[in-house]
Every structure is written in C-alpha cells, then in structure tokens.
Design a protein around this ligand. Structure first.
Ligand SMILES: O=P(O)(O)OP(=O)(O)OP(=O)(O)OC[C@H]1O[C@@H](n2cnc3c(O)ncnc32)[C@H](O)[C@@H]1O
Ligand SMILES: [Mg+2]
Length: 199
C-alpha cells in the first residue's frame, strides 16, 4: 500500500488526523518519520501555505502528501492573526504565548465584538509536481473568550468559545471536536473528493 505523508509537525493536528483519516484506509505517516525538513511558509493565504507544505513533503519522500494550513481569523483584529496564527507572538512562539498575545490584542474588546472563526485548508498532492491537487477548506464559527477554559485540544482551543455547544473548544471531547470543527469538516470534504476522483 502506498504510504501517505502527513506534512505537519503539529502534534495536536496529527492526533486529530489519526481519527479523521482512518476511514481513508491508507497508511498515514507523519513527515517526521522521513526526516522531511520544515518548509518555509511564505504564502499570504492558507491555500498557498498548504500547497508549499504538501509539495515539500512529496518532494522529499516521493510519496503522496497531505498538508493542513489553518488558523484563527478574528473580526475585531481585521482577520489577524490568520495565516500568521502559529507565529503570532514570534517565530517560535508556543501555544501559551500565542494565546497570551491574542488576549492582549483583544484586551479592550467587549464580548459581543469578539467574533472569530477557525479556517482549515487541506491539500493533497499525488506527487511533488501534481498539477491538479485536491484542495478543500472549511471554517468553524466562534468567539474569543476573555480567559482560557478547558484542558483538551491544542493551539487557541482554550480561548475559542463554541456557541453550538456552549463551551470552549478545549472543553469538547476529541470526537465531538472532530465532528464539528474546521478540520473535521474539511476532512469530510477531502475524503469525498478523493473518492470521486480516485476510486
Ligand atoms: O505547519 P504545521 O507543521 O502543520 O504546524 P503549525 O502548527 O505551524 O500549523 P499552521 O502553520 O497551519 O498554523 C496553525 C495555527 O493555528 C492554530 N490552530 C489550527 N487549528 C487549530 C485547532 O483545531 N485548534 C486550535 N488551534 C488551531 C495552531 O495552533 C497554529 O497556531
Ligand atoms: Mg506551520
């Protein structure tokens, strides 16, 4: 069976994909197993960065690759941090530092104006020079909390209020998050598209 390389170094994403991609029936391997060097995310859009990451992994392994570029878009910050979500507090920022930075940026913003959404773009390349990649995207609406809540998830989840469940994304159990999240919905679109195109 051809292995599929998952072009991500984010442990939280990799945990979620282990469940989300199970129905695909492929052997999925994180790029760390092949010592793929990290790609420089120079794009100004999630789509560009996801393509850069998938292409980099496919090039280094000779296998099909899947990448996820994602982030949080906050209306009161004119869409920031957006594609810079992982680097909001600096080039090697931790989740905690990024969360603290987001709370500082929104310090004067009242609850009603803290609307935000996660975005997830997934790109699948059969090989590094694939001219027709599969590209899907999905979002997840919510609001930025005033303080962190919940122990699960990763990244901005402790600050992301999920109105449809009345709790933070970090308080959701992982199956529930995968059902309704940006990554969960993008993965469902990806699986459907892969089925249409390649089976
Ligand atoms: O590029 P890779 O290696 O996949 O790992 P990364 O962490 O750098 O990933 P991105 O460049 O796509 O940046 C995504 C940012 O958005 C955050 N993010 C994305 N999806 C999230 C989710 O489901 N929950 C919480 N934060 C999320 C995440 O913590 C990062 O700060
Ligand atoms: Mg990244």
């Amino acid at each position: 069976m051809t292995p599929l390389v998952l072009a991500s170094g984010n442990a939280g994403k990799l945990r979620e994909f282990a469940d989300l991609l199970a129905p695909m029936g492929w052997q999925v391997h994180p790029q760390s197993e092949f010592a793929v060097p990290e790609a420089e995310e120079t794009g100004l859009t999630f789509v560009e960065n996801a393509l850069i990451k998938a292409r980099n992994a496919a090039r280094h392994t000779g296998s099909p690759a899947l990448a996820d570029d994602s982030g949080i878009e906050v209306d009161a910050l004119k869409g920031a941090p957006g594609v810079f979500s992982a680097r909001y507090a600096g080039p090697h920022a931790t989740d905690e530092e990024n969360n603290a930075q987001l709370l500082r940026a929104l310090a004067e913003v009242p609850e009603a104006q803290r609307s935000a959404r996660y975005w997830c773009v997934l790109t699948f390349l059969r090989h590094a020079d694939d001219p027709t990649p599969v590209i899907v995207q999905a979002s997840w609406e919510g609001r930025v909390l005033m303080a962190p809540e919940g122990e699960g998830g990763f990244g901005y989840d402790p600050l992301f209020w999920v109105p449809e469940r009345q709790m933070s994304a970090a308080a959701l159990d992982k199956a529930e998050k995968n059902k309704i999240s940006h990554r969960g919905r993008a993965s469902a679109l990806l699986l459907a598209e892969l089925k249409t195109r390649f089976s």
